[in-house]
Design a protein around this ligand. Structure first.
Ligand code: CP
Ligand code: NVA
Length: 309
């Protein structure tokens, strides 16, 4: 049987298609048990350290609650309060944390830091968002699509907006799951070329098609899922004004959404800015499944933790 024990969860690229699907199926099973009141405590007595160098509502709450439901305990560790904020090395921090904890979740700016921490630690490390990727969110999102559509392979996902961490993880997830993916960004805001290249290599194995362009109308054509994210991610607040101008034609609104399939799903990782990347009518309308996505962060992360810790 498939086992992911001891693995890090840094990005979906590190997991084979059947491993990604396994995590989604496990998430659905753990959700069923949680909602049915069936005990499921494979992590009894275990602890997770959660390092946050950026703000969070969903990630923090869902990891902490998830760990509790699995029988373990989670510690909230603010980057400012840890000695890392005063210059202690990542190596020493990872070594020390490994002597107390059974797993680490980290949210930070540079992806390189997460990779270094994983190298230093002898326990599994989970990427809770970096400037490069947000794999926990993408996993929860595809669980949510599966629950709504009953299948994944062959569906078309369109992402309109900033070529950021979110699109990187969504695109790689789509490639792993055999879904087609179209992204439209303004010029100068494209997803990373390296990630697009490796996503396309993965896509070739599953029959998924990856398309990158600048025309929202072209990207959204016949989409089953329409996804967007904020125009200025955490750490890019200073560029807000300039981005509002650059992204003006990239709002997901009723006019654009008419080119998607009639039964399209609207998705957003949240937090959202109504009136910027998405209109109120779309995000609060009948196609929107944003709160199912948010809920599934809990179940998907429980699956990750139960599988690797
Ligand atoms: N979607 C997401 O990761 O939300 P938070 O920033 O609130 O954790
Ligand atoms: N792209 C956003 C996602 C927040 C969950 C950011 O990095 O701020």
């Amino acid at each position: 049987a498939l086992s992911l024990k001891g693995r890090d969860f840094l990005g979906l690229a590190d997991f084979a298609p059947d491993e990604v699907r396994y995590l989604i199926d496990l998430a659905i099973d753990l959700k069923r048990r949680q909602l049915g009141g069936e005990p499921h405590q494979p992590l009894k007595g275990k602890t997770l350290g959660m390092v946050f160098e950026k703000s969070s509502t969903r990630t923090r709450i869902s990891f902490e609650v998830g760990m509790y439901q699995l029988g373990g305990h989670a510690l909230f560790l603010s980057g400012n309060d840890l000695q890392i904020g005063r210059g202690e090395t990542i190596w020493d921090t990872g070594q020390v944390m490994s002597r107390y904890l059974d797993g680490i979740m980290i949210r930070t700016f540079e992806h390189r830091k997460v990779v270094e921490l994983a190298r230093a630690a002898t326990i599994p490390v989970i990427n809770g968002l970096t400037d490069m990727s947000h794999p926990c969110q993408a996993l929860a999102d595809y669980q949510t699509v599966l629950e709504h559509k009953g299948r994944l392979a062959g569906l078309k996902v369109a992402y309109i907006g900033d070529g950021n961490n979110m699109v990187h993880s969504l695109m790689m997830g789509a490639a792993k799951l055999g879904m087609h993916f179209s992204v439209a960004t303004p010029e100068g805001y494209e997803p990373s070329e390296g990630i697009v290249r490796s996503t396309k290599e993965n896509a070739a194995e599953t029959g998924s098609r990856i398309h990158v362009c600048h025309d929202p109308r072209e990207a959204i054509e016949d989409a089953d899922v329409v996804y967007t994210d904020v125009w200025a991610s955490m750490g890019f607040e200073a560029e807000q004004q300039e981005r509002v101008r650059a992204f003006a034609n990239y709002q997901v609104n009723e006019e654009l959404a008419q080119y998607a399939k009639g039964d399209y799903l609207f998705m957003h990782c949240l937090p959202a800015h109504r009136g910027e990347e998405v209109s109120e009518g779309v995000i609060d309308g009948e196609h929107s499944i944003i709160f199912d996505q948010a809920e599934n962060r809990l179940h998907a992360q429980k699956a990750i933790m139960a599988a690797i810790m």
